[in-house]
Structures are given as structure tokens and as C-alpha cells.
Design a binder for this molecule. Structure first.
Ligand SMILES: Cc1cc2nc3c(=O)[nH]c(=O)nc-3n(C[C@H](O)[C@H](O)[C@H](O)COP(=O)(O)OP(=O)(O)OC[C@H]3O[C@@H](n4cnc5c(N)ncnc54)[C@H](O)[C@@H]3O)c2cc1C
Length: 235
């Protein structure tokens, strides 16, 4: 839906329904992602797959670089890495504004500096000797996510602005523009791969029913969807 604004449809021509979505939802920030290949010896025996690091101060929870998410898939499936090694996928929230406008050299330097600081924090909290155990390191900034995922500002996805109004405040697959359908994490039921797959199935059904390839369901099409749409106007 965010892709509609100012890209496919001019901002001033947006239908009311889409304008409401913009009012109620905001782009979540992006991420700094670090993929590491490390020597297996740095992980103590019995290390878990998933970790979340928030040092001391809860007020840092939502701040950029404030908390660190870490997954080690090779704990569950060692065949994913060469023998004697593990893969660490580390990420922390970061905004695109922090990375714009830097000359190439400064940008590369900043990626290195910020990533090393995150690694240092993990070294302090979880895995002493982490820095020296690294055999491969790839760092992705919000710009990387914008470029390679074609996500607006590298965003994780939409999130409610202020107090959550519930999933029903999200758009369904149809729009006020005849023949224009929406699918993906800006639509009900929202962010994440599973939710998006569901949105895709719903949209495929909607399109097929609208062009008479699939039987319409009077109860679903007019009854239930009508109630859901009405609920949305209250959200
Ligand atoms: C860094 C990151 C990590 C994430 N991790 C997880 C996770 O671990 N688990 C999880 O469930 N979810 C995760 N998410 C969220 C999840 O990836 C998204 O909610 C989901 O992929 C959204 O699917 P989508 O189809 O709506 O959009 P996308 O997957 O972004 O697909 C949109 C497609 O449209 C294309 N596109 C964009 N503009 C144009 C254009 N003008 N013309 C043609 N094509 C265009 C893009 O190239 C892209 O292929 C993550 C998101 C990010 C950014």
C-alpha cells in the first residue's frame, strides 16, 4: 500500500480509504543485518538457536541499535555450514535516515564500525572471543534492504501509529480503484511471511471470483466482508 502513494498513484489522487490507512499505519524502521560465519569453538556446548539482547535499560527497547536479535540456524541443522563452523544471523533496528547521503567510503566505514560495535556487545554478553572467531562477515544496512528487497526505505512493514486499532483496520484486497487489487503486508492480516501468504490466497480468490473463474460466495462477499468493512470504518 505504501508503494501506491506517490509511486503508482499520485498522493493527491489517493482514494479516501488509502488515505485513512496512511493515517493509521506507519512504516516500521528498517534493520542493520549482520551475517557471520564463525568457528564453532566460540559457542559453548548447548547454545540455544535464538537470543535477544537488551542490556540493562528497557528504555532502549525500541531505539535504533537498542536491542539485538540473534539466530544461529546451524545449532538446529549443522549441515548449513562447513564442518566446524556456525552461521550467526544478527539484526537490530535502524532507520534509513541514519545511512543516507554518505560518500561510498564513509558508508562502508560506518557499516564496519556499527557492525563491530554490535559484535562487541554480543561478545560481552554471550560469546567471549566472538570477534576473533569470525571467518566471514556480511553487513546489510537499511539501504541494502531498500535496494535488494525494493522495500520502501527498507521497512520491515507497516505498524499501527499510536494505539493499535486491530487487524481489521487494515485494507482488504480490493481498493476504491476499479480493477486495482492490493496484496501483501500492507493488507489484512499484516506483516510477516505467513500473513502475506494468507493475503495472497484471499486476493487470488477475490480476483478469480470477480472475473467469474470461481464461484462467488454471497455470504462471504456481501455479508461477512460487508461487516468487516463496516467495522473498519469504526476502527
Ligand atoms: C529485513 C527484513 C527481515 C524480515 N524478517 C522476517 C522474518 O524473519 N519472518 C517473517 O515472517 N517476516 C519477516 N519480514 C517481513 C516480511 O518479509 C514481509 O512482511 C513480507 O515479505 C512482505 O511481503 P510482500 O509481498 O508484502 O512484500 P515484499 O516481499 O517486499 O514483495 C514486494 C515485491 O514487489 C517488488 N516491487 C517493489 N516495487 C516494485 C515496482 N515498482 N515494480 C515492480 N515490482 C516492485 C519488490 O521487488 C518485491 O519483490 C522481514 C522483512 C524485512 C525487510
Amino acid at each position: 500500500m505504501h508503494e501506491l502513494t506517490g509511486k503508482l498513484v499520485k498522493a493527491e489522487e489517493l482514494p479516501e480509504e488509502e488515505k485513512n490507512f496512511q493515517k493509521n499505519y506507519v512504516k516500521a524502521p528498517s534493520f542493520l543485518s549482520i551475517h557471520l560465519g564463525v568457528k564453532a569453538s566460540v559457542l559453548p556446548a548447548g547454545t540455544d538457536c535464538h537470543h535477544f539482547v537488551l542490556e540493562d535499560d528497557w528504555s532502549n527497547l525500541e531505539k535504533p541499535y537498542g536491542s539485538i536479535f540473534l539466530s544461529i540456524p546451524t545449532v538446529l541443522d549443522p549441515s548449513l555450514a562447513p564442518e566446524g563452523h556456525h552461521i550467526l544471523h544478527i539484526f537490530t533496528t535502524a532507520g534509513i535516515e541514519d545511512w543516507e547521503g554518505l560518500p561510498r567510503k564513509d558508508y562502508e566505514q560506518k557499516k564496519e564500525l556499527v557492525a563491530n560495535e554490535i559484535i562487541r556487545r554480543l561478545e560481552n554478553k554471550l560469546f567471549p572471543g566472538l570477534q576473533d572467531s569470525i571467518v566471514l562477515k556480511e553487513v546489510g544496512s537499511p539501504k541494502t534492504h531498500r535496494r535488494f528487497l525494493a522495500r520502501n526505505d527498507g521497512t520491515y512493514g507497516p505498524m499501527p501509529r499510536g494505539k493499535p486499532k486491530g487487524l481489521l483496520a487494515m485494507p482488504f484486497n480490493t481498493t476504491s480503484i476499479d480493477g486495482l487489487y492490493c496484496v501483501g503486508d500492507s493488507c489484512f492480516p499484516g506483516q510477516g511471511v505467513i500473513a502475506v501468504a494468507f493475503s495472497g490466497v484471499m486476493c487470488a480468490h477475490r480476483v478469480a471470483a470477480d472475473i467469474d473463474l470461481e464461484q462467488r460466495s454471497p455470504i462471504l462477499d456481501t455479508g461477512l466482508l460487508g461487516v468487516l468493512r463496516w467495522l473498519r470504518t469504526l476502527a
